[in-house]
Design a protein around this ligand. Structure first.
Ligand code: MOS
Length: 750
């Protein structure tokens, strides 16, 4: 009976979810009261570590003289491979292939081998950061250098097929007879694109404070997923994971590189144990370019064959990507194409070419970000060859079900996104022929592209407690990487329990709290939000039971409502604080969970993605080739929007990444020495305010009841998917010059 009542109280609607609520953590951040990794304090005064990186990309350390550094003022310890604590071999206890990548042992300073440029070869701990850094400069290292291999394009003959791509996808997919259908197609595009090395640069670099007390290790670090850090450190230090506590309440941006431990965390933990003193380590901005992962260089061959009406008969997408020799990473670049458009004959393949660099890592929308940049330009090329509008080409190839999995879509509003976008953007003003619109010295062009990104859900748990004062505390080890997690969870609880926003406190970023999948893969909001939603529903049931037994009244009441801090059953209303004080002075709590998509039939039986359409308008100087953005628009279908403001900010951020990828971002590798030349933010160009045009984001009304109980789907990374292609297509429309090597810098237009 209480069950019935509770069910009727399911999903109360108070209008909190979806509102453009300001960030609840905003005041802490803008007043400097939000504590970031390097700012924490724990026990004794910390010592400061600084890493010295290798000056070669491949080879062996012959001699390393630390004597001068050891005598330098303030130096406490200099660690090299000669005296570093014993650690398991790299990758132990598993081999370095994809699945265990998040938690494997990542030993530091454990051999004389150098595997990539700027790999840590020494670690200086001193009383101050400055002393540590100065002393590191006094270390003399001599190397036996070996010839590294860094080229991708010239070494495709060394390409191999990995077992799986990132996220566990098949390396290849083949349906029908691609080669035959492509050869027989009336209209074809066979285009090869290149995307460069790119680096993620969160405002807050990787940083760690490690402190031991007995055999208990506490790590304050900048982490997207605490469980990965806990297991990664436990495996590297060979200690039980339960002895490791990870704390990461505020994070200054996380774009994939903070999914796993990096040298700062390992070295801080090792040194703090040895010195019996807290140790702080931050990677410098320059060290970030070698030691925190990157997006690998890729070559993309897209082959599209259609009939004269623009119906695809053959769709082929081959990707060659550079990968580290010692730790494979195969970005799932072609995987999205398996779901995007209908075509009876299909082929996608991923191949890797080993290089002597640090491993590639997840970087903002792994797969789609570089993949859609290439593929959605190829679609534009096909549209032109057919004399079809690019939107019409996509409409004609809209699949009725997932074209490779053969299951229905949970929701798919790609066509609606394109149509709404076309209307809002004034797409009808676009010239079908390129280089026809001129304003003074500027050539004006418009472009569009589709966006798709899988909807993942990760295992998550959350605890929600209400106390005798009516205040609600929510705890989970989720992180807020700047995306707005604190805020959306507050809204979910306000809606779930019918309590005012001011009564809700969200506590995140501590591995003592119930485990979640953290922030990554755009699964954060839906996964943690679903666990919190479930916890609220369970807490409501407990409160209803308490209310009924308190009233000594087992009689059936028609409905229980949670509104304005009260529970209302029939004509009875009671403040939650009064009820809790009366029946459970220590408070009432409940834990909620959500299962990962891998164990959910709704993911087996439906193809689940978020979709969008991007539009861009550019102005290109006819004399200098300078490209300036004028307008961008994204129309998004991503299920229920939890907070209109933070969701919009996510998409705006993604569009800005797309702009960077299309026009600016490229890390240049010196083929002689194997190091990235432009390894700082002065020379690695990212889009800044002055580059960002008038941007608009619109969300379609959507509720995906297959995705999760909230009806929300991932959108954090959707904004970047296709955004760069829309710009590249606009540049082509403006100039008639098709640049297939990204970024599109002005020299390539002249
Ligand atoms: Mo994202 S690249 O999974 O942080």
């Amino acid at each position: 009976m209480t069950e019935n009542i509770a069910n009727k109280a399911e999903s109360p609607r108070h209008g909190f979810i979806g509102q453009p609520l300001d960030r609840v953590d905003g005041p802490l951040k803008v007043t400097g009261r939000a504590t970031y990794a390097y700012e924490h304090e724990h026990g004794d005064k910390p010592a400061y570590g600084h890493i010295l990186g290798a000056a070669i990309a491949l080879g062996r350390i012959i001699e390393i003289d630390t004597s001068e550094a050891e005598r330098a003022p303030g130096v406490i310890k200099v660690m090299t491979f000669r005296n570093a604590p014993a650690q398991p071999a790299f990758g132990a206890p598993v081999t370095p292939t994809v699945p265990e990548v998040f938690t494997r042992a990542r030993p530091m300073l454990s051999t004389d081998r150098v595997r990539y440029y700027d790999e840590p070869v020494a670690f200086v701990v001193a009383e101050t950061f400055e002393a540590a850094r100065a002393a590191a400069g006094l270390i003399r290292v001599s190397y036996e250098k070996e010839e590294g291999a860094f080229d991708l394009a010239g070494r495709l003959n060394e390409a191999y097929a990995p077992t799986r791509t990132n996220a566990g996808f098949e390396t290849d997919s083949a349906i029908g007879n691609f080669e035959g259908a492509f050869a027989a197609a009336a209209v074809v595009v066979d285009a090869t694109y290149r995307t460069p090395y790119e680096h993620h640069n969160p405002m807050e670099p990787h940083a760690t404070l490690a402190a031991w007390s007995g055999d208990q290790l506490t790590i304050y670090t900048s982490a997207q997923t605490l469980a990965n850090f806990q297991a990664g450190i436990a495996n590297t230090l060979q200690i039980p994971p339960e002895n490791v506590r990870i704390v990461s309440p505020f994070i200054g941006g996380g774009f994939g590189s903070k999914l796993i431990v990096h040298p700062d965390t390992v070295l801080a933990a090792l040194a703090a144990r040895e010195l019996r003193r807290p140790v702080k380590v931050a990677l410098t901005r320059q060290q970030m370019f070698a030691n925190a992962g990157h997006r690998a260089e890729m070559i993309h061959q897209v082959r599209l064959g259609s009939d004269g009406d623009g119906r695809l008969a053959a769709m082929g997408y081959d990707v060659w990507s550079a990968t580290s020799r010692f730790e494979e990473f195969c970005e799932q670049t072609a995987v999205f194409a398996r779901s995007l458009y209908a075509a009876p004959n299909r082929l996608t393949r991923h191949r890797l070419v080993p290089v002597d660099l640090n491993r590639g890592e997840w970087m903002r929308s792994p797969g789609e970000a570089p993949g859609m940049l290439a593929f959605e330009c190829a679609m534009d090329e096909l549209a032109e060859r057919l004399g079809l509008d690019p939107i019409e080409l996509r409409r004609r190839n809209e699949p009725a079900e997932d074209p490779e999995r053969g299951v229905p879509f949970s929701t798919r509003n790609l066509v609606a996104c394109m149509e709404e976008g076309a209307r809002r953007f004034g797409w009808e003003r676009r010239s079908a022929l390129p280089a026809r619109v001129q304003e003074g010295r500027k050539l004006i062009g418009m472009g569009m592209a589709a966006a798709i990104r899988p909807n993942y859900i990760g295992a998550a748990a959350a605890r929600v407690a209400i106390d005798a004062g009516g205040d609600v505390t929510v705890r989970l080890d989720m992180t807020d990487i700047g995306t707005g997690t604190y805020t959306i969870l507050t809204q979910i609880v306000a809606e779930g329990l019918g309590v005012p926003l001011s009564a809700i406190k969200i506590e995140l970023g501590d591995s003592k709290f119930p485990r979640t999948a953290g922030s990554g893969g755009s699964w954060g909001a839906a996964s943690s939000g679903s666990a919190v939603h479930d916890a609220c529903s369970k807490l409501r049931q407990k409160i209803v039971q308490a209310a009924l037994s308190d009233a000594g009244d087992g009689a059936a009441n028609p409905e229980a409502n949670f509104v304005a801090g009260e529970i209302r059953i029939g004509d009875r209303a009671e403040r939650l604080s009064d009820l809790v004080r009366g029946v459970a002075p220590n408070g009432i709590e409940a834990e909620g969970t959500v299962q990962p998509f891998s164990r959910n039939d709704l993911y087996k039986n439906y193809s689940q993605h978020s979709y969008g359409a991007h539009f861009a308008e550019v102005a290109v100087d006819c004399d200098t080739g300078e490209i300036r953005m004028r307008r961008m628009l994204a129309v998004i279908g991503a299920g229920r929007i939890l907070n209109a403001k933070t969701a919009r900010s996510q998409i705006l951020g993604g569009m800005t990444w797309g702009l960077g990828a299309a026009l600016m971002e490229e890390t240049v590798l010196d083929p002689r020495h194997g190091h990235f030349i432009n390894h700082d933010l002065a020379e690695y160009h990212v889009a800044v305010n002055g580059d960002v045009p008038d941007m608009e984001v619109m969300f379609l009304e959507e509720h995906d009841d297959k995705a999760n109980p909230l009806g929300a789907k991932g959108l954090g990374e959707l904004g970047v998917c296709g955004a760069g292609a829309a710009i590249a297509n606009a540049v082509y429309n403006a100039t008639g010059v098709r640049v297939r090597e990204f970024p599109i810098t002005l020299d390539k237009l002249l």
